[in-house]
Design a protein around this ligand. Structure first.
Ligand SMILES: NC(=O)C1=CN([C@@H]2O[C@H](COP(=O)(O)OP(=O)(O)OC[C@H]3O[C@@H](n4cnc5c(N)ncnc54)[C@H](OP(=O)(O)O)[C@@H]3O)[C@@H](O)[C@H]2O)C=CC1
Ligand SMILES: O=C1CO[C@H](CO)[C@@H](O)[C@@H]1O
Length: 413
């Protein structure tokens, strides 16, 4: 998000209040400076192109520039106004601003470009990542990695291909970069809560897409693209686009894929867009360990607690985590942990620094790819079970890997 953009400012207010809690508001979105992780070596700057110049793309490009090890030299977005506003802010030359659906391919043709950050709508991520790896570029990819099973499989292959070609590929989950989350979940894996009994996973938040409601109603191809966050196919629906943060933590805790899921939900409160505004799912893991999940993307009328939360109950303790809040283990092997109010920005800053270090050190193991594939597939399993109102197995979704396709006719190539 870009706090200087008026629409984004109001969205941030909603997110601060609803997702992160009032006490941590400014820090949670990066208005309070994160610890500097500036590049100090004399290595030449990495030449970075950004695909997707909307809110996240513009915001994160400034973090790449602030790192010191990158030079933002190219921009691609379907929309000319976005690429120009990005280009002006990041001082990208006119010849390196690309528009249209395949504008990013012209960017990838540049032999002097080292890496790309993919910050476009989720529907486009797998193809853009595949093309970037094919073109020999390192890839920094926003979550979710894909909206469907074939997309997840494609990103999995791109990650492996990147490793084989000596390219780095990093998926940007802020929680995965946070030391309290890392330590707490490591201790849980070492037995700190004993034998798992059951878990909880929630993402309760307001509407982040108010600026897209008018475009969503118009239905022209370009408006549909501008309003991608309210479009089920372009976004993956809220369980994949937004709720993935909490289901990624659940997947990290379990260190396994669920065997099946059962769920429900719908568009209960909102009357715009094609996404559901709530999901309720039970994920069934091996040994009948259940994780109950619920999400909301509309006004909670002051209900607390809000945001991205996980709990895992075991025979000897309980793990509690909150994105932007406290992370701790209670019980026989307590871990005090700590709070992470600045995680929204600090997670990205850390991931940007890690990506730089991996490229410099030629560490192309690309370990964030398989874990992201699994959590993205977990969201798709829950989504399928909820849409169909029946028990759906992991095996089933992996075997019937139907692509989600949208008609892009009418858009500039
Ligand atoms: N925590 C995380 O990891 C986050 C990840 N993402 C991911 O990043 C990708 C891209 O998402 P995102 O950038 O949000 O998508 P968009 O920018 O396309 O859409 C989000 C909102 O940003 C606003 N916006 C558009 N252009 C700009 C601009 N130049 N500056 C500021 N705001 C603008 C739009 O509001 P309006 O039309 O009213 O101007 C729009 O409603 C997606 O995959 C998404 O899931 C996104 C946010 C956080
Ligand atoms: O969690 C987040 C806040 O909401 C945004 C809109 O759904 C997401 O893209 C982001 O990842």
């Amino acid at each position: 998000m870009n706090p200087s953009h008026p629409q984004q400012r109001s969205q941030l207010k909603v997110l601060n209040r609803r997702v992160f809690g009032s006490g941590v508001a400014a820090a949670s979105i990066g208005l309070i400076a994160a610890p500097a992780l500036a590049q100090t070596s004399n290595a030449p700057k990495l030449r970075l192109g950004v695909i997707g110049c909307g809110g996240r793309g513009t915001w994160i490009a400034k973090l790449f520039a602030a790192h010191g090890g990158y030079e933002v030299v190219a921009a691609a977005d379907y929309f000319e106004d976005r690429v120009n506003s990005f280009g002006d802010a990041l001082k990208v030359s006119a010849s390196r601003r690309h528009t249209g659906l395949s504008g990013y391919k012209k960017m990838l043709d540049d032999p002097h470009l080292d890496a790309v950050a993919i910050e476009s709508p989720p529907y486009f991520h797998p193809q853009q990542a595949e093309d970037a790896v094919e073109a020999g570029k390192h890839v920094y990819l926003a979550k979710p990695i894909a909206v469907d099973v074939p997309g997840c499989k494609s990103v999995e292959q791109s990650g492996k291909k990147a490793t084989a070609k000596g390219l780095c590929f990093l998926v940007d989950f802020q929680t995965r970069a946070n030391t309290y989350f890392q330590e707490a979940i490591k201790q849980v894996h070492e037995g700190a809560v004993g034998k798992f009994a059951f878990g909880e996973s929630t993402y309760h938040a307001g509407i982040p897409w108010k600026g897209q409601i008018v475009a969503a109603a118009s239905g022209t191809p370009e408006d549909q693209l501008r309003a991608w966050g309210l479009n089920r196919i372009l976004s993956g629906d809220i369980i994949t686009e937004q709720n993935i943060h909490t289901l990624d933590v659940a997947s990290w805790i379990m260190n396994a894929a669920p065997e099946s899921a059962f769920g429900t939900g719908g568009q209960k409160v909102r009357d715009f867009g094609s996404c559901w505004d709530t999901f309720s799912v039970i994920f069934n893991y091996a040994d009948n360990i259940g994780i109950t999940f619920s999400s909301r993307q509309f006004d909670g009328h002051g209900s607390e607690p809000e945001g991205i939360r996980n709990r895992m109950f075991g025979s000897e303790g309980v793990l509690e985590t909150a994105y932007g809040g406290q992370v701790q283990i209670r019980g026989e092997h307590a871990y005090e942990g700590g709070s992470s109010p600045g995680i929204f920005k600090e997670g990205a800053v850390t991931n940007i620094a890690t990506f730089y270090d991996q490229i410099q050190n030629k560490d192309c193991s690309n370990s964030t790819v398989p874990e992201s594939v699994r959590s993205n597939l977990t969201t798709i399993l829950g989504r399928t079970a909820a849409y169909q109102g029946r028990v759906v197995t992991w095996k089933e979704i992996m075997q019937n890997a139907e692509p989600w396709l949208i008609n892009l006719t009418g858009l500039k190539t």
